[in-house]
Each structure stands twice: as C-alpha cells, then as structure tokens.
Write a protein that binds this ligand. Structure first.
Ligand SMILES: Cc1ncc(COP(=O)(O)O)c(C=O)c1O
Length: 382
C-alpha cells in the first residue's frame, strides 16, 4: 500500500467531511431543498470573497470562469489591458484575442510581480481601455500580485477590474469590494477545497453595466441569463443544471472556513508557506519567486543539472506525493510545492522530507534533515 498525498497547487486534498457530502444521494436541482442550499452557499461565498455583490456559479473549470468574464465584459475591437506575470496571466490575453479583443500587454518577467506603475502609465496613455485583467496568485511562478494597488489604479478609470483569483481565493488575503474588484473569478479545486468542476464569478455594479454593453456572442456563459435565474423568485436558481453534489460540498467547505475564520485561514496559509520557504532555503535551493511569494504555492529552481520534472516524478511515482513541475517555458526547470486549502503544519514537514529524499536519490548533495529542521524551527515560532 502507498499512502497518497496531493501537494499540488490544485486540485487539493478534500477534507473528510466535504468528501462524505459528495457521497450523499442525488437531489434534483429544481427543488426547494437544493435551491435553499444554493442560497446558503451564495451567502457563505459573500463572506469568503468579502463582497456584497452578486455571485454566479457555472459548472466549469477555472478557465471557463475566465472565458465567461471576457465574453461578458467587453466587445470585439475593444482594447483591454492584461497585467500578467506568468502562464495564467498570459491566458487572459489569449482568451481576449480569441474573441477579437485588442490587448495591451503589461507582462512582467516570470518570477516578478506585475508592475503597478506600468499599468497606471498605460491606463493614463489610453483612457479608452475597457478592462484590466490580472491574477491574484500566479500559480505558474508562485507570485502574489498587489491587487489592492491595482484596484486603486483601475478604480480611477472607466475600465472594469477583473481578477483571476482561481488559486488565491481562500488561501491569501483578498477583499473583493474593498479592493475595487469588479469581477473576481474563482475555482473550486483550490482554496475552497472541493473537487474540480465549478467556477464562480462576482459582479459589481460597474461590471453589470459593462455586461449590458458587451457584444461578444454568448449562450451558456451569459451573465444576463444567470442573473435572471438568480433573482427570478425568492430562492436562487441557475439557467441550466447545477453541479448539485459540488454545491452541497461547497456548503460544507464554507462551513469549515467560517468555523476557522477567514483571517485565520489566511494566517494558517502564511505560516505553512513561510515554513516551506525556510525549508527550501535551508537546503540551499533557490526560490523562483523574485517578487512577493504566494502563500498558496512555493516555486523552486531545480538544482544545477537536475530536471525539475524528474524531482516531481520521483516524489509522485516513488513516494506517492503529487506536487507540480514547471509550466510553459519553465517546464523542467523548476518544481512547485502546493500548500493551499486543506493543509496544516505537518504537510510542510512531509513536503520537505520528500524533497530532501528525492534530491538525495537523484544525486544532489544536500544535508538530509536540514530542510525539515528549518520547517520545524519556523513552525515553532509563535
Ligand atoms: C491562477 C490560476 N488561474 C487559472 C487556472 C485555471 O484553472 P482550470 O485548470 O480549472 O481551468 C489555474 C489552475 O491551476 C490557476 O492556478
């Protein structure tokens, strides 16, 4: 028998109480029983997302949520700004271009944060920019962007501010309303700790106005249709079949988040992330993140002469722990340790022990136990 762990930046491990809800008998989505559960979930999400705005839920991957934001917020021929610092940020530009939207690219080097001053300068240069797209936690590089600052900058313009919070929500501090975020896109399988399959979006009044002006054709992902269903009578509804089991699981995971308290959830992630980073450094490894490291994932340069994917493969195939390799142009050059969602302090110990053992087996000279020791010392700090 091999005990398996997921230490990837999503999908993440699912808490036992959430898993058990997934095994309950099916209920129909057009029943008061389900619609009451949906109402509870939408209310709970307002707390987790720190918003009073409407929230729409679509059965989709996180990328479906991203596409929905593009096709509902802008029109073909519009100019938008994409502030990216990695694979997922750059995805916004690819989606926008797919729909004939023209993109001003403020792309940082991978490993750096988005440059807020450059975003501000581009917005000043072209007041016609209709939307600003960026990423909260850039999973491909392990960077957290300054959403608060970008929200201040974009809030002074006519552009809607759209944030991919797919991997950051529920892991790192994020305040939708206070930070002027018009559309936050969130995924299921990360900080919200449920299996993959739903995408969530928040919509401010500014975003709803943009929605009425958008001319990109849409059917399934129409926010207008989804909003109509949400408010057509006392209990919320969805235009098409809801992901019933996932919504019920989400109700349980929101209960867990509320029980712990959102700020404590953020603090737990910060503590574990900090321990992992100390462990990595104690092994003489180089963290990839040059800007503010994300508390959801730690990206690490593979040691000289070692394929990052080989480290990842050994840890997965030999030890049963799924971490992540480098993405896109970083493939083979790094490995990434996810620490978000259902994580606690001893996950950091396991992660570092696995890294130490894998590197040793791959012939890298490190001191066994040095990473684990640094993790323990960090965790013991009050
Ligand atoms: C920051 C970020 N955005 C978007 C996505 C895409 O989500 P999905 O793979 O569910 O489409 C991911 C997935 O890892 C992500 O981490």
């Amino acid at each position: 028998m091999k005990k398996k762990y997921i230490m990837s930046p999503g999908p993440v491990e699912v808490p036992p109480s959430v898993l058990s809800v997934g095994g309950l008998p099916m209920i129909h989505h057009r029943t008061p029983e389900f619609r009451k559960a949906l109402a509870e979930v939408l209310e709970g999400l307002k707390y987790v997302f720190q918003t009073k705005n409407d929230i729409l839920i679509f059965p989709a991957a996180g990328t479906g949520g991203m596409e929905s934001a593009v096709i509902n917020m802008v029109s073909p021929g519009d100019k938008v700004l994409v502030a990216a610092c990695g694979q997922f940020g750059e995805r916004w530009a690819k989606i926008a271009e797919t729909f004939g939207v023209s993109v001003v690219k403020v792309f940082a080097e991978w490993g750096d944060e988005v440059d807020c001053a450059k975003v501000e300068a581009e917005l000043k240069k072209d007041p016609g920019i209709k939307a600003v797209f960026t990423t909260l936690s850039e999973t491909s590089t392990g960077i957290e962007n300054n959403i608060k600052k970008l929200g201040e900058i974009t809030g002074k313009t006519k552009a809607v501010f759209i944030v991919d919070a797919v991997s950051g929500m529920g892991a790192v501090e994020f305040r939708t309303d206070e930070w002027n975020v018009d559309v936050a896109v969130v995924g299921a399988q990360k900080g919200l700790m449920i299996p993959p399959g739903i995408a969530m979006v928040t919509l401010s009044e500014k975003a709803k106005k943009a929605m009425t002006e958008s001319k990109i054709p849409k059917y399934y992902f129409s926010y207008e249709q989804a909003l109509k269903a949400l408010s057509k009578d006392k209990l919320p509804d969805t235009p098409y079949t809801s992901s019933v089991s996932l919504i019920l699981q989400l109700r349980e995971s929101i209960r867990l988040i509320k029980e712990e308290g959102l700020e404590n959830v953020w603090k737990r992630h910060a503590r574990i992330a900090s321990a992992v980073r100390m462990g990595v450094k104690a092994l003489g490894l180089k963290p990839f993140a040059g800007g503010k490291p994300s508390n959801a994932v730690t990206s690490v340069w593979a040691p000289e002469g070692i394929d990052g994917d080989a480290v990842n493969k050994k840890i997965r195939d030999d030890y049963g722990i799924t971490m992540a390799g480098g993405q896109g142009k970083m493939k083979g050059k790094m490995f990434r340790i996810g620490h978000l969602g259902y994580v606690d302090m001893f996950d950091a110990v396991i992660a570092l022990a696995a890294v130490e053992m894998a590197l040793t087996e791959l012939g890298v000279k490190i001191t066994l136990g040095a990473g684990v020791k640094a993790v323990e010392e960090e965790l013991l700090k009050k």
